[in-house]
Design a protein around this ligand. Structure first.
Ligand code: DGL
Length: 267
């Protein structure tokens, strides 16, 4: 395995590009291979078994065909449904990083927090993974998980920073379970795009946690610790999707800060 090998990153679609973008900022010398499973989007309302099946075939592609040196599951739903399966299946080969554990570390290390909200897809909330990890690691912390299923598709359709997103967010964030929170975890990789709006809703009084930066930092720490960083000599990025549309390609601009060319690759 060479240090020049790429980092494999995948998501149900293009929302995980927020994580890919943070990784490129934190590790500019690295090559990435991104896979967006747009043919099976959204994962947020699918069963754990089906998502695990998709995650295994994507990881096989990233490892066997693209020789990736690390795998980042840039999707909370896939992390909740398939991380254990992937970790156990590829044990001893390459590091597999999910978006949930680094976030749990970040939240529990902040002693100013007493009451934390978690917003995510239905599958992530119903998996109970955030609730279980938080209660085990910090039993005194109060937490409330709320499914916000409209948000990912709303953002993907370009509805953010406008009156529609404001109304949808107001409806969700006014939920009584979030009344007394002083921290909020954006537990979906689409949500960094609405971070500012959420902050405005709470008048800056709630600390908002977004997984993109947290996960990029964790990956950088692992690659440096394992002496696996690249010097950038052959850096080249590729972005694959399981279903190509021009709309997906245009939307990459909002998640990755620039439009990227999507290559069709059915698994
Ligand atoms: N990006 C996915 C996540 O982080 C949500 C989108 C979906 O439902 O597929 O959970």
């Amino acid at each position: 395995m060479s240090n020049h090998n790429p980092i494999g990153i995948f998501d149900s679609g293009i929302g995980g590009l927020t994580v890919a973008s943070a990784i490129k900022r934190a590790l500019p010398n690295e090559s990435i291979v991104y896979y967006g499973d747009t043919a099976h989007l959204p994962y947020g309302d699918k069963s754990k078994e089906l998502i695990a099946q998709y995650a295994v075939s994507i990881t096989d592609f990233l490892l066997k065909e693209k020789n990736c040196k690390a795998i980042v599951i840039a999707c909370n739903t896939a992390s909740a449904a398939a991380y254990e399966t992937l970790r156990d299946s590829y044990k001893g080969t390459v590091p597999v990083i999910n978006v949930i554990d680094p976030m749990i570390e970040e939240v529990i290390s902040d002693d100013a927090l007493s009451n934390v909200g978690i917003i995510a897809t239905k599958t992530t909330v119903n998996s109970g993974v955030y609730q279980e990890k938080l209660s085990r690691r910090k039993p005194k912390l109060e937490y409330h998980a709320l499914a916000t299923p409209l948000l990912a598709s709303m953002i993907e359709e370009g509805f953010y920073n406008n009156t529609i997103s404001e109304a949808v967010l107001k409806e969700y964030l006014s939920d009584s379970s979030l009344k007394d929170i002083n921290g909020l975890v954006l537990a979906c990789t689409h949500y960094p795009l609405i971070k500012k709006e959420i902050d405005r809703f709470f008048h800056g009084k709630v600390k908002i946690f977004d997984s993109a930066e947290v996960v990029a930092r964790k990956l950088k720490w692992i690659l440096e610790k394992e002496h696996m960083t690249s010097d950038g000599a052959m850096a080249e990025d590729h972005f694959y999707v399981s279903d190509y549309t021009a709309a997906f390609e245009a939307a990459t601009r909002i998640f990755f800060a620039r439009e990227v060319k999507l290559e069709l690759c059915k698994l």
